[in-house]
Design a protein around this ligand. Structure first.
Ligand SMILES: [Fe+2]
Length: 383
């Protein structure tokens, strides 16, 4: 495991602030949004579709604190063609990861000058709440990044969407609160040999820098291995780990993702909570299912913690009962857990993470996590 201290030169203009929202292209946006609401604790925020004058795309926007997901589906046969092709190839998948930025034009111009492919030149949309400026470029696979400058906008999401604040879903009002606060990191899986080029794309075009990395000598099981580099913006408010498979005895879980996704794409979105025990207890009460960790993991953990300076405040029996993983060093620890895939294809899954003075990504857990994933992979006949 390597941590980096060199942030590289500070960009002379433009600033990345945070993840703005994530757009999923799915077969049935109405139902996908409902699943994330009932199972994951999101609430309906906004909508666009035929009733609002959006003739080609229906989009349902859901929110939980600072996390906003947009589920979009095409309304007509074969249109927009790109949307249909994306669905055929990837199934329900993340299409766009949007960043809130300052000085969008500077960031866009620099990225394009340095070689980023343009998907959408800067454009502006407005309503009674002001105006928003956006631009979109291509990153790995068929995934895109949209830059959003909302400094002259006071609305809760974006123009062209109708807000949902009238009818409260009677089911949601009866479900326990989850408390996911913000997006902690978003991971992109790459085919073999594509991690370094994807990393360099962020370094060159967005002026991101390396934050953390692991290689296959550090992260491997009997069967499979993985390499990962985390890139981040100058202020280190946006973390994007980039993974690739490494050759093992059998198929890497990253390779399984790449096969089922049809190339590179977003593998998981990690969302932060301040109370993971409450979040996971309530997610399980809502019927969410998570990776199960072998009992030996917690036995080893208790032994390792005895020899460590760090004190985990949470009750270990409770963490074990909920299958929550712990990674730590002398200064702090993190708690994390991973859902099973969120759709039929073994592609995207979600992570819930709580940080206690620890900025890692759970490298200490990768091995046991891999073993848990491999057990599921074997069940799918893919190991
Ligand atoms: Fe993660």
């Amino acid at each position: 495991m390597t941590t980096y201290t060199d942030k590289g030169p500070k960009p002379e203009s433009g600033r990345f602030l945070c993840f703005d929202h994530v757009t999923f292209w799915v077969g049935n946006a109405k139902q996908a949004a409902s699943f994330y609401c009932t199972r994951m604790g999101f609430e309906p925020l906004a909508y666009k579709g035929l009733e609002t004058g959006s003739r080609k795309i229906a989009a349902h926007v859901v929110r939980q604190n600072k996390i906003i997901y947009v589920f979009a589906s095409m309304l007509e046969p074969f249109q927009p063609e790109e949307c249909g092709q994306h669905l055929l190839k990837h199934g329900d998948a993340v299409k766009d990861v949007a960043f809130e930025v300052e000085d969008l034009d500077a960031i866009f111009k620099r990225a394009v000058e340095r070689g980023a492919s343009v998907v959408h030149e800067p454009w502006e949309v407005s309503d009674d709440n002001g105006s928003v400026r956006m631009a979109t470029i291509k990153t790995y696979g068929d995934t895109t990044h949209t830059f959003i400058d909302r400094s002259r906008y006071t609305g809760p999401f974006l123009p062209e969407y109708k807000l949902i604040n009238d009818k409260k879903d009677p089911l949601l009002t009866n479900l326990p609160e989850i408390g996911l606060l913000l997006i902690d990191h978003i991971v992109g899986n790459q085919p073999n040999e594509c991690m370094t080029p994807a990393t360099e794309w962020y370094e060159k075009n967005l002026m991101f820098h390396r934050f953390w990395s692991v290689d296959d000598k550090q992260i491997h099981t009997q069967y499979s291995a993985l390499r990962s580099i985390v890139v981040t913006n100058y202020e280190e408010t946006i973390k994007m780990p980039i993974n690739e498979p490494a050759v093992g005895k059998r198929k890497s879980q990253i390779q399984e993702y790449v096969d089922y996704n049809g190339g590179a794409g977003v593998q998981h979105i990690a969302m932060r909570t301040n109370d993971i025990i409450k979040s996971i207890t309530n997610l399980k009460a809502r019927g969410m299912t998570f990776l199960e960790i072998p009992p030996t993991y917690f036995k080893n953990l208790r032994n390792q913690l005895k020899n460590s300076k760090v004190e985990v405040k949470e009750n270990l029996d409770e963490l074990q009962r909920l299958n929550i993983l712990v990674d730590f060093d002398d200064d702090g620890y993190l708690l994390q857990i991973f859902t099973k895939p969120m759709q039929d294809r073994p592609t995207l899954f979600l992570e819930v993470i709580q940080r206690n003075n620890h900025q890692g990504f759970g490298a200490g857990n990768f091995k046991s996590l891999f073993e848990a994933i491999e057990a599921d992979q074997a069940e799918r006949g893919n190991l």
